[in-house]
Design a protein around this ligand. Structure first.
Ligand code: MF3
Ligand code: CO
Ligand code: CO
Length: 274
């Protein structure tokens, strides 16, 4: 038996969907909202704050802005954010444990507005970061942006992973292979898988109207991941630090549009001095 939502959603076809101008409008609105929500968090992330409190702020913000959280109820997940601290790679569950000085945390939020998904994450720092933590966070941002810079019609999905891996390896960091970017739009996770460890000149061709995320996870140590017994939390096997950034993007006629750019220019929250 399908529920009401399923009846209104497109099916996964196995093909990469091509969206029209109305889709771009929808994604701009969803992307702007999730980026504004992330900006709202910047002054809130500091030593002593619990990730549960940050999750509450996000849940309220999303509802106050006429949107829904895509993660609440998704495969049994119950929170408006994933908050992945230090050696947690992704899908960290908000908890009553406070952040401490020097922690790095990825905050990942997905909203739905008018049926369109905005999926976005940034790295935050609590207080002063150690040099190697800051270097990981900065290289991860650089890798995501270099991946996105590859995107234009005629290039291939592997070019995104090619650029990301090149930057990671040059800096002696590894790229997580167990989690990928994904097509999105009216669906949260659609075709294709965006493989951050891919090689240049491989994979499907990029075409105008394709919407997907670029969300590389880089590790200071080895790439290998484990899932904790809670069924969600992915950690590095060697317990070394991991970082991630995520943008939702669309392929345009001559390049790429990033839907989740920070309106305040706070692309890297740990660098913002308030
Ligand atoms: N936002 C994550 C992504 O980038 C997915 C989180 S699913 C959840 O695809 F259930 F863990 F929240
Ligand atoms: Co995503
Ligand atoms: Co996400």
């Amino acid at each position: 038996m399908m529920n009401d939502t399923a009846l209104l959603l497109p099916m996964r076809t196995g093909e990469i969907r091509i969206h029209d101008a109305e889709g771009f409008e929808g994604m701009r609105k969803a992307g702007r909202l999730v980026a504004e929500c992330m900006d709202m968090l910047v002054p809130e992330v500091k030593p002593g704050v619990t990730t549960e409190h940050l999750d509450n702020l996000v849940r309220e913000y999303v509802l106050d802005h006429g949107a829904q959280s895509a993660t609440i109820g998704y495969r049994g997940y119950r929170h408006a954010t994933c908050i992945s601290v230090n050696h947690v790679i992704c899908h960290g569950i908000p908890s009553p444990k406070p952040l401490k000085e020097g922690d790095i945390a990825n905050i990942d939020i997905t909203v739905i507005i008018d049926g369109w998904h905005g999926d976005h994450s940034r790295m935050f720092g609590a207080g002063e970061l150690k040099r190697k933590a800051e270097r990981l966070v900065d290289v991860t941002y650089e890798a995501m942006m270099a991946g996105i810079a590859q995107i234009r019609p005629g290039r291939r999905f592997g070019d995104i992973g090619g650029a990301i891996s090149e930057i990671a390896h040059k800096n002696r960091m590894s790229v997580v292979e167990d989690f990928c970017g994904h097509g999105l739009g009216k669906l949260f996770h659609d075709e294709p898988n965006v493989v951050h460890s891919a090689a240049y000149n491989t994979g499907p061709e990029l075409k105008p109207g394709m919407f997907f995320t670029v969300e590389p996870m880089l590790n200071l140590g080895r790439k290998d991941a484990n899932i904790l017994p809670d069924g969600w939390t992915a950690v590095t096997r060697d317990r070394q630090l991991s970082a991630q950034y995520e943008h939702s993007v669309g392929v345009t006629e001559d390049g790429v549009e990033i839907f989740t750019t920070s309106p305040k220019g706070w692309h890297q929250p740990h660098k913002v001095k308030l």
